[in-house]
Design a protein around this ligand. Structure first.
Ligand code: COA
Length: 144
């Protein structure tokens, strides 16, 4: 069974994340959305709210793709979470060149810790290239 883990803080999930989930779902039998508790980032939405928002989106995505999509909160190392959920692959989104350096560092560190789990990168539709959760919150906060 092909299982992939798509991790993030998802504070909140955006159309850009959904675009990546849809693309990743085409490649696997089960997609696990790993929701990092990430207390250091001081999320606006509680873990329960972030999970509920993702689950609400994933019902339709699962029907659309015919793939099992599971939401899994985690607080340990990403690479250990991937092992725990049985994922062979970690999926990350690459929106622009600026994401690249950080993502390569992350994937190299993760590979050092567990060479059996591979990272793959998917790029969202270009109309979502400049979306981030912070920007969405900022616009909403200012009435946009
Ligand atoms: N569409 C829209 N936004 C996207 C996106 C996409 N396709 N891809 C990334 N983003 C945005 C996110 O919304 C986020 O925005 P924000 O900073 O404004 O909130 C930003 O890009 C960064 O996203 P991401 O790189 O996914 O960071 P994250 O905080 O969501 O998640 C973890 C990072 C959870 C993967 C990382 O912290 C981690 O692995 N934690 C576990 C601990 C660990 O293993 N550490 C060692 C790593 S070697």
């Amino acid at each position: 069974m092909r299982i992939a883990l798509y991790p993030g803080t998802f504070d909140p999930i955006t159309l850009g994340h959904i675009d990546i989930i849809r693309r990743a779902a085409r490649m696997v039998d089960r997609l696990v959305i790993g929701v990092a508790i990430n207390r250091d980032k001081g999320p606006l939405f509680s873990l329960e709210e972030r999970v509920a928002l993702i689950e609400a989106e994933c019902v339709q995505l699962a029907e659309e793709t015919g793939v099992e999509i599971v939401v899994h909160p985690f607080e340990n190392l990403l690479i250990d979470c991937a092992r725990d959920v049985g994922a062979q692959t970690i999926v990350r989104g690459l929106r622009a060149v600026s994401d690249f350096e950080y993502e390569v560092q992350l994937s190299n560190l993760n590979r050092t810790m567990n060479p059996k789990i591979e990272s793959i990168f998917l790029s969202p539709d270009e109309k979502y290239s400049f979306i981030s959760s912070s920007v969405i919150k900022d616009i909403a906060n200012h009435g946009g």
